[in-house]
Ligand binder design. Sequence first.
Ligand code: KG4
Ligand code: ZN
Length: 333
Amino acid sequence: MIILAIETSCDETGVAITRNGRDVLANEIFSQADLHALYGGVVPEIASRNHITVLTKLVESALEKANLSKRDLDAVAVTYAPGLIGALLVGVNFAKSFAYALGIPLIPVHHIRGHIAANYIAYPELKPPFLCLVVSGGHSLLVDVRDYTDMQVIGTTRDDAAGECFDKVARVLGLGYPGGKALDDLAQGGDDKAYMLPRSSIEGSPLDMSFSGLKTAVLNLIHNAEQKGDTVDPAGLAASFAAAVSDTLVPRTMQAARELGYENIAIAGGVAANSRIRHDLELAAKAGNYTLYLPPLSLCGDNAAMIACEAFYEPKPAPFESLDLNAYATMSL
Ligand code: KG4
Ligand code: ZN
């Protein structure tokens, strides 16, 4: 089955084509990050407008790369939730028209299910059940992936997402937007014990997380230093911060795997590209005899290949059946 997928939930426009879910024939991405960097964050209307401008071209180039014509497609998939509503609506409306014109099914895909499915592309042998740590710009979740379309969130952040926190700290350190990758690079040369930063826990909910206290601690530290005319050690701060995030995520992931009795642990989302988190997870998985699935960096961030892959496992509406599909800014998994 050949599926063309469209991803426009945030500031990445993605069009991809997969065969039978895991075989990626094309994966076109247009990142608008530079356009939003001017404003220090994603401007929703600019994101929507740019999705409109580039989508048709990306569809054409994806078909060309896959050496296919529109008539070869069996279904169209689209991210319909969660995300920026205007941005999602562009993708949903485009996908609807495209599926309607071709008379083929339109498959709605949840963005986070897509992130988890990035692991199926990277690891053809991986099958549910497994535990997945999902860490993106908007989500920090521990997910019990019981089956391809049957998932339960067993731990979540009570406030900020890990990615949001990375971006905020990076911004205050003058690293631009989105700052997660730059902060990761800066941390490479730093002493992770340079600063004592908090690791919070939620009483009575050991798998839940909180990042706002950590974020505030770092911001206060920087502002206090500025007021006193002191200098901070940026690399040391970046390394100490990454260690604090990792110390929040990794032990919870191990505890969740133990509780579920799973041997397989996967990670997904933009923050899954973080080198400290990947390194700590590798050590912890090895020590506990777990098999760890770490998707390549190219599949951690937003892309449409992961949406096309998940769509293969989702229910397939009949042609013209899902033409009343809407987009949703929030939606549970
Ligand atoms: O999954 P994603 O591409 O988009 C959302 O669905 O939100 O995640 C984007 C997030 C941003 O916060 C970005 O700064 C962060 O992932 N990120 C990283 C790294 N690369 C991207 N955070 C830490 N270390 C990285 N290497
Ligand atoms: Zn995402």
